[in-house]
Design a protein around this ligand. Structure first.
Ligand SMILES: [Fe+2]
Length: 194
């Protein structure tokens, strides 16, 4: 199987410092390289004979597979929607917020509560089975995701995302993230489901 390569993201945001951003980028690249390592192990030495639901070689690597791949994908979506300046949401985005939350202010109230409650990720997603937009809460890359959730706004709430800059003041981190959301990026994602 082909190896995956890390995407590049310029430092251009008003939410986190260069130091915080660089630390985060190091973690992201780790998920990409682990994705390649896990793929290699599971394809070349899966050790099928000892597969076991309590503990075992196959289980250990398989659990790491979804953790690493989601870690890679969610960070890419996060870095893409980490903005540098205030802007205004586009019509598709506003239509989703009106339809499923009763407006942007209501969406934002719920998103802040969801982010505050999350230990991993807060995501505005369009969930295809129920045909609804929801803010969903993940406690880790692979804990809390809905199988058919299409991500629209992705906020990293792991402590490594903000602790260097904000310490325990996650409310300010969330507020600065929301204030600088690059709504053009979100509009392109929203257009696919609005
Ligand atoms: Fe992160």
């Amino acid at each position: 199987m082909e190896n995956v390569s890390p995407m590049t993201f310029p430092f251009n945001n008003s939410v986190v410092s260069r130091q915080q951003f660089d630390q985060h980028m190091t973690l992201y690249k780790g998920y990409v390289s682990k994705t390649n390592e896990i793929t290699k192990v599971l394809t070349t030495q899966p050790e099928y004979d000892t597969a076991n639901a309590t503990a075992g070689h196959y289980r250990g690597w398989k659990k790491g597979e979804t953790y690493a791949i989601n870690g890679m994908i969610l960070h890419e979506l996060y870095f893409q929607n980490l903005g540098a300046e205030p802007s205004q949401p586009g019509p598709h985005t506003l239509a989703l917020m009106d339809k499923y939350f009763g407006g942007k202010d209501n969406w934002q109230k719920d998103f802040i509560a969801c982010a505050t409650s999350a230990r991993g990720w807060c995501i505005l997603a369009y969930e295809q089975r129920t045909s609804t937009c929801r803010n969903i809460l993940l406690d880790s890359h692979d804990d809390g995701q809905i199988a058919t959730a299409y991500p629209i706004i992705v906020l990293d709430m792991y402590e490594h995302a903000y602790f260097t800059d904000y310490g325990t003041d996650k409310a300010t981190y969330i507020a600065r993230f929301i204030a600088n959301i690059p709504w053009d990026v979100i509009e392109r994602r929203a257009a696919a489901v609005a």
